[in-house]
Ligand binder design. Structure first.
Ligand code: SER
Length: 637
């Protein structure tokens, strides 16, 4: 169907304002409570070697939760683009997506539980007009080191009483252990790496109706359905984290110097609650894509489980792909590029399952354009040549994989039984997403050696987990104090080399572990021992001055203009995060000059708040790396 015709048709059936309204209301509501709106960080973090994607609103704010001063103050609000690849296998039900927008507000050592719970309840009830009788809440039940959150229980009781609802623990307010009511990027306290902040949280669930809780017993500890049950009756729509702890190297939790609030609520889910429809794919953030897929396949969305699941996967994955491509990513075999490729391939396999005669790459392009329309003016300029050009990247990748898929399907058809080994071969030779080979085989009526398949599948999962440690979790591979310290020292070292040896030196690569840092720089000859001694002293002097480390977001051109360092060959988005060391107090970041800071780099962090934390800096060795590039190793003691 022609693009223009489809757009006209959609205008009649979709209310395009719901999500935009909710986004605007949320930001406005918290602005009225003294919050400053900050822009969404990119989903592909800037120059941050420790994590692949931004998976929550708090991720770009970690340094500020740990105590560094944020230039916009102590009350912040935003809508953050987020991607969680660990949810990839969950996509297909009514509420899981890999890409979502997280509405977030933060108190950086400012207000705490009473204000947060009162405001969020007020927002849900008075702004979104959700019926409070359909809201249920959870709080942390306590463990050996952190007490039960009785304060939040008391606040919730009062808030519900205020709207005429008697709220009892076990009826409206539920307590859960850390598995459910503790939040950090790595999960429960035991899983947090040293340095990581976290804390107990309090969630709000929307009840879509008892008829959805169609099971006798939930998988959890209660006999009947309850807010955290996964049956689909309840949907978590709001999460207030009381981020007041930090994991220590000895495994204990230490109170942070400031008590923070980190709030996150999925925009898609809030839209679903407002519409009183538990399917996020029916909100205006997805519905036009579903209509498009219906047109392509001739199938009705929501009628049969298999087609419905396929449509959800295609819509979610291609939306995520559209965002990644617009942040400069290309499908590839490594890191973020690999995740992008996997999303596209999974979507193509689902298109195949969905059937339909049209071209898959044309369909992909239409979904891409529809994503542009949904977020037009918010994240994309849907009709701009730049946006449309980038869609070609998706189209080409689909065309490439479609060819391979057809050959692979013929190969698959040659086997009567699909053993784990056959499936693995298909993955290796044709890039068949592993888990989908199984589905394709069953569909064709082929026998599947389930046990062996599962065994191979687990082995493969284990392998990719090891290969991408910390990456698919959206958490940090290593966010330890030692690595963070060395990361900041790395910035000091580059600035010192430029200052004392040659201002034209550029970074060509880096690698930081907990033991040492390694930097590659453009420089034609060996550094002399004197140069290395001077640089070492200069870095140690900067450490001695206890300079502040500050993160500022700004347009890329501005960052370039003020001399912020970037890594050669790296693609950066239009808005970048710049880490300054020693930014002169009171300097307006918009008007900064080279004399106003010790170092400035395009970077995603993490960093220490003050250089005094680093200790003593020593250069271990200096050697040739490749033509015109020198490599320096250094450590901190
Ligand atoms: N960090 C919490 C979450 O992602 C709240 O923002 O749910």
């Amino acid at each position: 169907m022609q693009w223009e015709v489809l757009q006209k048709q959609l205008r009649g059936i979709i209310n395009p304002m719901q999500s935009a309204d909710i986004r605007r209301k949320y930001i406005g509501y918290f602005q009225k409570q003294g919050h400053t709106e900050i822009p969404s960080a990119p989903i592909v973090p800037l120059n941050d070697p420790t994590t692949l994607f931004t998976s929550s609103g708090m991720q770009p704010l970690v340094p500020y939760l740990l105590g560094q001063k944020h230039p916009a103050g102590t009350r912040l609000v935003d809508s953050q683009k987020s991607f969680r690849s660990q949810d990839i296998d969950e996509v297909g039900d009514n509420r899981h997506t890999t890409f979502f927008e997280m509405l977030g507000n933060w108190s950086l050592g400012d207000y705490f539980k009473k204000e947060q719970l009162t405001w969020i309840f007020g927002f849900l009830v008075t702004e979104l007009k959700l019926d409070p009788k359909r809201l249920y809440v959870s709080v942390f039940e306590g463990n050996d080191s952190v007490p039960k959150d009785t304060e939040s229980i008391g606040i919730w009781k009062t808030l519900f009483e205020g709207v005429g609802i008697k709220a009892e623990v076990g009826a409206r307010i539920f307590t859960y252990p850390a598995k459910k009511n503790w939040w950090s990027r790595s999960g429960e306290p035991e899983k947090m790496p040293p340095g990581e902040p976290g804390g107990p949280d309090s969630e709000v669930f929307f009840d879509f109706g008892a008829e959805l809780g169609l099971h006798e017993k939930s998988a959890y500890k209660h006999d009947v359905c309850h807010p955290n049950c996964d049956c689909g009756r309840f949907m978590e729509i709001a999460n207030s984290v009381f981020m007041q702890y930090q994991k220590m190297p000895d495994g204990t939790l230490k109170e942070l110097s400031q008590k923070n609030v980190d709030f996150g609520g999925g925009l898609e889910r809030m839209c679903a609650a407002v519409a009183d429809n538990p399917d996020v794919f029916r909100t205006d953030l997805f519905a036009p894509i579903m209509t498009l897929l219906e047109t392509f396949s001739g199938m009705e969305y929501g009628k049969n489980p298999k087609e419905t699941q396929a449509m959800r996967v295609i819509a979610d994955h291609l939306k995520a792909a559209a965002f990644m491509i617009n942040e400069g990513l290309f499908p590839g075999n490594k890191q973020q590029g690999y995740v992008l490729r996997r999303l596209i391939r999974r979507a193509v396999v689902k298109m195949h399952q969905l059937g339909g005669n049209g071209s898959k790459s044309e369909l992909g392009m239409s979904v891409y354009r529809q994503v542009g329309v949904i977020y037009n003016g918010v994240y994309f300029d849907a009709e701009s040549p730049e946006f449309l050009d980038k869609g070609q990247i998706l189209k080409e990748e689909i065309t490439r994989f479609e060819k391979v898929l057809n050959v692979g399907l013929v190969q698959l058809g040659k086997h009567e039984t699909i053993t784990g080994t056959v499936a693995f071969d298909l993955l290796q030779s044709y890039g068949f997403p592993w888990e989908l080979t199984y589905e394709l085989a069953l569909e064709k009526g082929q026998e599947v050696d389930r046990e062996e398949f599962q065994k191979e599948f687990r082995k493969h999962q284990e392998l990719s987990r090891t290969a991408a440690a910390g990456m698919f979790k959206g958490g940090l591979a290593d966010h330890s104090e030692a690595t963070t310290n060395l990361h900041t020292a790395h910035h000091l070292l580059l600035a010192s080399l430029q200052k004392l040896v040659d201002p034209s030196i550029k970074q060509r690569g880096s690698n930081i572990t907990a033991e040492r840092l390694r930097i590659d720089v453009s420089f034609a000859r060996k550094f002399t021992p004197e140069e290395l001694t001077n640089v070492t002293e200069y870095v140690n002097a900067a450490i001695g001055k206890n300079l502040p480390v500050t993160r500022v977001e700004m347009p890329k051109e501005h960052a370039e203009k003020i001399g912020a360092q970037m890594e050669f060959g790296t693609k950066y988005p239009d808005r970048v995060s710049v880490y300054f060391v020693g930014l002169r107090e009171g300097t307006n970041p918009e008007a900064v000059t080279r004399d106003d800071y010790f170092s400035a780099e395009f970077c995603g962090g993490p960093h220490v708040s003050f250089t005094g934390a680093l200790g003593h800096f020593t250069i271990l060795k200096e050697e040739a790396s490749s033509a015109g590039v020198r490599r320096i190793y250094a450590k901190l003691t």
